[in-house]
Design a protein around this ligand. Structure first.
Ligand SMILES: Cc1cc2nc3c(=O)[nH]c(=O)nc-3n(C[C@H](O)[C@H](O)[C@H](O)COP(=O)(O)O)c2cc1C
Length: 349
């Protein structure tokens, strides 16, 4: 197809070549704070929040975040332009750097709400949401989507979707390079069973060179991320950032060009102590914070002891929370130094 040329609006929001994907039950504020001690520049996403939850529910609970989490994008689930515009306004009020529309989730609950991946079939509806949001806010409005759904999975289906939505002013397309089967596969299976089709995402970038295109799905290491960046504008990583958080400690230097000293794994754990103190004093269960840190020492001597120590003390009194984490940390051998001569404590921003 013959795509229309448009300005890429480079003044609207900084380009972010690397992001950590939105993940329900994972990318909450504690995980995001933890990752911020590993990478200062990576764009972080919230979990998906539905427009209904923001309109009728506990808004501060869903939207509050701390300053160290910037740059941060709010991901919305919904399909009603007015509601999406209202939620985008709240995103600005709360200080988010970007607002993103979920057009990739295939869960039954989301399908019943008529949003998520099933919106790939309704590009005009998504364009109406983008237009309403762009009319309401000046932060970037972006879309995360699949390469197709069910049997509407040809490249041209996706290109037509992107063509229509881009004309409404979407600032970036983050493409999970798999189709989704809306019937018959669970959300988990929909992240593994349909094959990855990276070539379709690269073709999208070639056909729409004026658009910012981010590739997502199955990217597990820095070398692959850097390889993808030769062909597209940005890389989004989900599960590999959760399962191996420290593997991404070189992102700032190698992708963002900020060669600040690299914190050690121990530095990262210690940098979380003030957050742990604050939130356990506010009544949060310790494991709700430390669960995101269990993989910090993945592949290292002591990782089992660290996990066991944190998991067997899920909810100590707040006065014992720091000692619990320090005791767990003492079970992991401390390397001499990751970056000799460098300052050891990472400041989040
Ligand atoms: C536990 C979990 C929850 C997820 N929740 C969301 C979500 O809320 N919104 C969304 O757009 N994608 C969600 N995803 C999909 C991821 O954002 C990402 O597209 C997918 O995992 C593929 O990337 P990866 O192979 O790097 O993990 C979720 C994935 C996982 C594993």
């Amino acid at each position: 197809m013959q795509p229309m040329k448009r300005d890429s609006n480079p003044e609207r929001g900084e380009r972010r070549p690397f992001s950590i994907a939105p993940m329900m039950a994972r990318t909450d504020r504690h995980y995001r704070t933890f990752m911020r001690h590993i990478t200062r520049h990576t764009l972080l996403y919230t979990e998906m929040v539905t427009t209904g939850a923001l309109i009728h529910g506990d808004r501060p609970h869903h939207l509050d975040f701390s300053d160290v989490e910037h740059p941060i994008a709010l991901q919305l689930g919904g399909d009603d332009p007015k509601a999406m515009a209202q939620c985008a306004r709240w995103a600005v009020e709360w200080g988010y750097d970007e607002v993103n529309i979920n057009v990739g989730c295939p869960s039954d609950r989301v399908q019943r709400g008529q949003f998520g991946a099933c919106l790939m079939d309704q590009p005009q509806r998504v364009a109406d949401c983008v237009a309403a949001m762009r009319g309401a806010v000046s932060i970037p409005v972006t879309v995360k989507h699949r390469i197709g759904i069910d049997d509407r999975d040809k490249y041209d289906h996706m290109a037509q979707f992107v063509e229509i939505v881009s004309q409404a002013g979407c600032d970036r397309f983050s493409v999970h390079a798999r189709k989704a089967w809306l019937q018959g596969l669970s959300p988990k299976e929909n992240r593994t069973v349909p094959p990855l089709r990276y070539d379709d995402v690269v073709r999208l970038k070639n056909d729409f060179p004026h658009l910012a295109i981010e590739i997502n799905g199955g990217i597990t290491d820095m070398e692959s991320a850097k390889r993808h960046l030769r062909n597209v504008d940005a890389v989004m990583v989900g599960r590999a950032a959760y399962d191996h958080p420290y593997d991404w400690v070189h992102v700032d230097g190698e992708i963002f060009g900020d060669a600040h000293p690299i914190p050690s794994r121990h530095d990262v754990a210690e940098a979380m102590l003030p957050t742990i103190e604050e939130w356990t004093e506010r009544g949060t269960k310790l494991l709700n914070i430390t669960r995101h840190m269990l993989n910090l020492f993945a592949g290292q001597t002591g990782t089992k002891a660290w996990k066991r120590a944190l998991s067997t003390h899920p909810n100590p009194p707040a006065s014992e929370a720091l000692a619990t984490v320090r005791n767990a940390l003492a079970l992991v051998p401390r390397p001499e130094s990751v970056d000799p001569g460098a300052p050891t404590v990472a400041s989040p921003c």
